[in-house]
Design a protein around this ligand. Structure first.
Ligand code: GLP
Length: 251
């Protein structure tokens, strides 16, 4: 893995297994230091294809090296509106399938934004309160959407936005269509943690893979900071890490 400078930011560039190794090291160190202190590690987790090899590495460390998730509390970034926990395309199912089912996390300690509430505002406020009650997020993992969204904070999302109900952008729906068997099956709304909620994490890592992300990654890292590319707000976080494969970095 090598460090490269992009604008004012330093990015880590390497093969996917190197990126995942480095990120898994961060998670492991956090979990262990908290365990030694008799405390919980609070993880902010993401869905999408990008983090899958990282989750596979965490599962491997659990199985082969005894890494325990018994002192982990996790909060996911977002969820499609209307998809219950039994819907196979829900982020709830995705997280269980790709991580939680394979480690020793206490099911009571994992949260995904509520997708079926008849009062989304209240549910969103409760989600924020639960994060605060856990002591805030220690380590937040992010992917990046095709137009620079983080979670489901689409273009136009404000710096002070909190967990809320959002309308999905056309590009997001098109990107999700293959896994839903067509655009018409993709939910039009979601619940997402806000930009402000994300920026409160003590450490944030954004991971991006593939040439299709190259342009938006560069805009996020070195473009103007603002709601046009919500990921650009991360530039002003004091402990952010950009983890890119060679294709996303364009190197
Ligand atoms: C979805 C998720 C985002 C994720 C993005 C990118 O829109 N809500 O959290 O970062 O997809 O997905 P992928 O990693 O598959 O490119």
């Amino acid at each position: 893995m090598k460090k490269i400078q992009i604008g004012s930011q330093e990015a880590q560039v390497g093969e996917v297994d190197e990126l995942c190794g480095a990120l898994a090291d961060e998670v492991e160190a956090l979990i262990q230091s908290r365990a030694e202190a008799g405390k919980f590690a609070v993880l902010g987790l993401a869905t999408g294809s990008t983090p899958l090899p990282l989750y596979a590495e965490l599962i491997r460390r659990h199985r082969e090296e005894g890494l325990s998730f018994a002192n982990v509390i996790s909060f996911n970034l977002d969820e499609y509106e209307g998809l219950g926990r039994d819907h196979e395309r829900s982020y709830w199912c995705e997280m269980w399938e790709n991580l939680f089912d394979h480690v020793d996390v206490d099911p009571e300690n994992v949260s995904v934004p509520p997708s079926l509430s008849d009062d989304p505002d209240r549910a969103a406020t409760e989600y924020e309160a639960a994060i605060q009650a856990a002591g805030g997020i220690d380590w937040q993992l992010l992917g990046i959407g095709g137009e620079g969204h983080i979670g489901f904070n689409e273009k136009g999302s404000a710096l002070d936005s909190r967990t809320r109900r959002v309308t999905l952008a056309r590009k997001t729906i098109i990107d999700a269509a293959p896994s839903f068997g067509g655009e018409e099956n993709v939910p039009t709304h979601a619940i997402t943690m806000g930009v402000a909620s994300i920026l409160e994490a003590k450490r944030i890592v954004l991971m991006a893979r593939g040439a299709s992300k190259k342009e938006i990654v560069h805009l996020a890292i070195s473009g103007e900071v603002g709601p046009d590319v919500p990921a650009s707000f991360l530039q002003n976080h004091k402990n952010v890490g950009w983890f890119l494969d060679g294709d996303a970095a364009g190197s």
